[in-house]
Design a protein around this ligand. Structure first.
Ligand SMILES: [Zn+2]
Length: 757
């Protein structure tokens, strides 16, 4: 699958390597839309793919309907806290068992649908051949839930590895000949083996469960899609398994039976030869650890016409033919037994009973109905200040920052300035070595990032808004709504735009008098800079409540357009998952999220250089205004251009007050006016330095200057200078608010002197 903007590059490469190719699926999204899962209220059936709630309810119904046959079992749990819950179906104790595992790869929806079909048939079919089977339709529920929520083509589990990579391939994580081939050490890869065997709670807990019942089943079947293959161990090597001929023979009979009904054509062979070398898969582990004779992996329909996006009309036919084939497989196993093949230690091969394990999941967060990821932690991550003196040092620091799993730039490197870089503990020695090489003096400014994250008080969702804590988006938005109710003639809430995940960019307009000149506040375009919205909200509060006559005069002689959180998705994400997140949250490719919303504006926008792709923290997006946040916000700003003459953009940290341009060192038309602010603001207790931002293309202030011609534009980098960085303690909210308000008073006073607006 190739993203549209990479097609020319791809075709060029194909021409170069002279590999023939043809387009199989013209538009992946069209197929996704066609195979949409049934909505939650729909009843379970085999005409649709279903979400977990529906499937689980159906399972409950069946357990109630067959109380003596169906028994529910928790086989394991997932990283996101879901149970891998299942049922054992048994018509008689001590039956031999069959274990079917499915849904280990999240996007292969036909696999659990087929397993579910087989399960239903086992309970209801009158066909006497429908016998002993055991199955686990959804082995990887986090991934499965994820396919239903955000990324239909997700494959892996959902445990975070590093800043931006999630999950390992649960079929490369099993502890037999782990990571010996056909798997990746790169956490972003779709076949990441994990840091060690059974690093995933899903595979670890399931393997523990399987071990505990290892003497209860003799057939293990894994269902995947797609390719129409029936495979047996090994995956880690092309060397033949001890009972290769047996497995090949049974396999041939199995696929013959499968083809009978609809002519669906399968191929048989061992995993390594039939598909590719794949170590750490579940089938190898079952074979290698328990020496089970009959272990098969299905790659179900189709041959690639729809791939992972098999239309739901094919669920029943796939279920039927797969059940046919399993019946043939077990019949054949029994027959071959007569010819002297030894299976295992099971005493009884009586196929007159049904014995089924259905591993199923349950959603713990039923109330939320959301995938809630665990927080990414930054234990022993350090922030290091580096005195940069040469361009070469700048280059090298930017270079290592291309590994956003282990490095994050907190303050950009620039000659004769201090850069700040967050470094993962496992990369420290490498980092120190580099520092020694480039002879840049440095010192550790934050010893343990996680300790500061833990220290910073964040209010719980239910708490009321105040200035002693940082607050969630909901609390902030509720506070804005409350202000509107409290000051109905003065405060009006305004929705300036929306976010990729559907949130509002909500702000307020404060107006004591209709035709006042206006001031625009844009804040929290960068998600992790929490002091920015906190400061802006402090100023908002003062404008409404202060008794200071300067503040009153200022407040009532201007109209205020205040947007505390311009990147709501990112802001929410800093609360739920990654406190150090900077960007928006739109997915780019399989593993990367978001653009730098302060590089996405449409004036002097520049595309990313080749080596700074969508995973980097300053990714400008594939095109100007590619982020809906920036696109919608810019439209709103444009619509009220003539209503404000001062535009303030709030960031942290570094204690800087900057004005345009950011894309060039050339001076703006009123450079001298803007420079006079240097003098004023230097008086304040916290020293603000006035300087030009280092080259940054596509920033908000440059665009507003261009689009609106606004004369006075400033970008604040608020407290501090690196002691806490983005993790400024909440007791600094009020002092930061006070001094920033002071500086705005000075800006407005000086504006009058200079003759603005
Ligand atoms: Zn920022």
């Amino acid at each position: 699958m190739v993203a549209p903007h990479k097609l020319p590059e791809f075709y060029e490469m194909m021409a170069q390597i002279q590999a023939p190719y043809k387009v199989y699926i013209d538009n992946v999204q069209t197929l996704i839309n066609r195979a949409m899962p049934a909505n939650a209220s729909m009843k379970f059936d085999f005409k649709n793919y279903h979400d977990f709630d529906t499937i689980y309810k159906n399972l409950d119904d069946l357990a109630n309907q067959y109380p003596n046959v169906v028994q529910s079992i928790v086989g394991g749990k997932t990283y996101e806290g879901r149970k891998i819950k299942g049922v054992k179906v048994s018509f008689k104790p001590n039956n031999p068992g069959v274990f079917i595992e499915s849904g280990i790869h999240a996007r292969e929806w036909i696999a659990p649908a087929t397993a579910m079909y087989i399960f239903h048939q086992l309970l209801t079919s009158n066909n006497t051949e429908v016998r002993t089977l055991a199955e686990s339709p959804v082995f990887n529920p986090d991934g499965y839930v994820y396919t239903h929520t955000t990324n239909r083509l997700w494959r892996k589990t959902r445990k975070p590895y590093g800043f931006r990579c999630y999950g390992c391939d649960p079929n490369r994580n099993w502890g037999y000949e782990w990571n010996t081939g056909g798997s990746s050490n790169n956490p972003c890869s779709e076949t990441y083996a994990g840091p060690m065997p059974f690093s995933e709670i899903e595979t670890r807990s399931m393997s523990t469960y399987i071990s505990s019942i290892s003497d209860k089943f003799y057939v293990y079947i894994a269902l995947h899609s797609y390719s129409q293959l029936l495979m047996f161990p090994y995956g880690y090597t092309a060397d033949r398994v001890d009972n290769y001929d047996l497995l090949y023979d049974i396999g041939m009979k199995t696929i013959t039976a499968l083809a009978k009904r609809y002519g669906t054509d399968y191929t048989v062979g061992n995993i390594a030869e039939t598909i590719y070398v794949a170590s750490g898969n579940s089938a190898d582990w079952i074979k290698g650890t328990y020496n089970k004779s009959i272990v098969y992996t299905y790659e179900l329909r189709d041959g690639g016409q729809y791939g992972f996006l098999l239309p739901p009309e094919q669920i029943i036919p796939t279920g039927e033919e797969t059940l046919d084939s399993i019946i043939a497989m077990l019949r054949e196993a029994k027959t071959l037994k007569k010819y002297g093949y030894e299976f295992d230690t099971m005493r009884c091969y009586n196929f007159h009973y049904k014995s089924i394990f259905i591993m199923w999941k349950t959603i713990l967060c039923m109330i939320m109905g959301l995938v809630t990821a665990e927080q990414i932690t930054f234990d022993d991550y350090k922030v290091i200040k580096i005195n940069v003196t040469t361009n070469r040092q700048v280059e090298l620091l930017n270079q290592i920052a291309k590994d956003p799993d282990h490095f994050s730039i907190w303050k950009e490197p620039s000659v004769n300035k201090q850069a700040e870089l967050m470094v993962a503990p496992q990369k420290l020695s490498e980092f120190y070595e580099l520092m020694a090489q480039i002879q840049a003096p440095y010192k550790v400014s934050i010893e343990n990032v996680q300790a500061l994250i833990n220290q910073a008080t964040t209010a719980k969702a239910s708490e009321t808004f105040d200035f002693t804590k940082y607050h969630t988006l909901d609390t902030i938005y509720n506070y804005l709504d409350d202000l509107e109710k409290k000051y109905p003639n003065i405060v009006q809430t305004v929705v300036a735009g929306k976010s990729y995940e559907g949130r509002e960019i909500k702000g307020v307009k404060i107006s004591f008098k209709q035709n006042n000149p206006g001031v625009f506040f844009e804040s929290s375009i960068h998600a992790r800079e929490w002091i920015a919205p906190a400061t802006v909200l402090y100023i908002l509060d003062q404008l409404l409540t202060s008794n200071n006559r300067y503040v009153r005069n200022l407040a009532e002689s201007h109209n205020w357009y205040i947007f505390p959180v311009c990147n709501p998705d990112g802001y929410v994400y800093t609360y739920t998952t990654n406190r150090m997140w900077r960007k928006t949250r739109k997915p780019y490719g399989d593993n990367c999220y978001g653009t730098d919303p302060n590089r996405n504006w449409g004036y002097t926008w520049q595309s990313a250089s080749n080596d700074s792709g969508p995973c980097t923290e300053t990714y400008p997006g594939p095109a100007p205004f590619s982020d809906i946040e920036i696109k919608s916000l810019s439209k709103y700003i444009k619509s009220i251009c003539n209503k404000f003459y001062i535009y303030l953009s709030f960031h942290s940290y570094s204690q800087l007050l900057m004005f345009p341009y950011s894309y060039t060192v050339e001076h703006v038309d009123n450079y001298n006016d803007l420079e006079t602010y240097n003098k004023i603001i230097m008086y304040k207790e916290t020293m603000w330095l006035l300087l030009l931002l280092d080259e940054a293309y596509g920033s908000s202030v440059d665009w507003v200057k261009f689009a609106c011609g606004t004369p006075l534009l400033f970008a604040y980098e608020l407290r501090d200078q690196g002691e806490y960085g983005f993790l400024l303690p909440s007791k600094e909210i009020i002092p930061t608010g006070e001094e920033t308000l002071d500086s705005i008073l000075a800006i407005l006073k000086e504006a009058t002197v200079l003759g603005y607006p």
